[in-house]
Design a protein around this ligand. Sequence first.
Ligand SMILES: [Zn+2]
Length: 442
Amino acid sequence: MTPSERPPWRRDPFIAAVGIAAFVGLLMTLPVPEPADPPGGPLPETTFAVVDVAVFDGEEFRPHRDVWVEDGRIRAVGQRLRLPDDLPRVDGGGHTLLPGLIDAHTHTYGLVLTDALRFGVTTVFDQFTSPSILVQKRAAREDLSRGNEADLFSAGNVATAPGGHGTQFGVPIATLTTAGEASTFVRERKEEGSDWIKIIWEDGGTFGADIPTLDRETIAAVIEAAHAEELLAVIHVSTLEHGLAALEMGVDGLVHVWGDEVISEEDASRFAEAGVFVIPTLSVRVAAAGESLGPDLLEATAPEYVSPMQRQTLTQTFPRPVGTSEASIESVRRLHAAGVRILAGTDAPNPGTGFGISMHGELRLLERAGLTPAEALAAATAHPPAAFGIEDRGRLQRGRIADLLLVAGDLEGDLTRTTAIAGVWKDGFPVEAAWATSPEPR
Ligand SMILES: [Zn+2]
């Protein structure tokens, strides 16, 4: 059987993975056991302070800070704040408090937003989901009432060719063929609620397939149309050549780094000069190359926190290696060194990745690509909302939403400690998961 005679899910590992994940999503409608309260009792909610804690504020580590939360927003961050006597306090000694993590590349369905939240991922930037999910989840972004899901921002319906990548999931989606259709296509996405435009440039060449894709003229027209509607245009590419071509076309960001070649320092500088951001999705790139972090992450996590869907996708593998980890990681090293803004994203739930949990692996991979712990954490907190023009989250700063992650230990010295989760707050409400290391409220 030649590749083109096989059904699409046999030709494209990404397609197969998401199909399987969708099936697992159905299984996830079964009831999940209720987690127990953390030792020391439940964490305080909406109005409280975490005192004498090391913070990572979105840019830098700062020791011995107090973080005062009021009505689900951060009221103040400082040293020895004058706090009301009756304000509930959590002793943060020996812990690090940081903004909730933001995964800048996911695909959403089932209970994945709950899975993400349990691992401290309080917002996801979805890079393709059903527009109906986008509409359904939009209100929760501004709403500070108690919930059990991460917030969702999304590209919604991607810009892809008929029969192209993105059309294979059983969700009917709009497609386009010519540059002349670009402005209507983009306007319709805006009306449908897309927060930005994501373009698919994928001919399947890197994994031995032949997939219909948009031509260059159409891609350039979609980028231009997105900008005319004041929307960002981001693009899925699999090769360095396509990444460089998209740069020339004026794209705002790449949602993957390629896996085929190491970029030259000179070309890396061109991305930096153009101000193009890159979401490398090293988690899926190393998994595609046959070196998934999934098993390590499962080993580092108590089994009761891992949902069947997370376990399933973390242990899946690609049918055959695609690209090399070296090409991806070394390219990120050069992009970062050149000054390109790097955003952390996992591409969960592709094989070898899991919602929420894989962000902890992505941080380690970014560190392997030369980012310091503070730079890796900035890529997962302050930088994604800044790149996408979202101002209410991602930093520990007065007025921002109190989406918080508390971990035991010193992250500056050891970034792998992000999985030592002691507490997660979403909109100031503690997430009910029984992470064992919670400090005593006092
Ligand atoms: Zn993706």
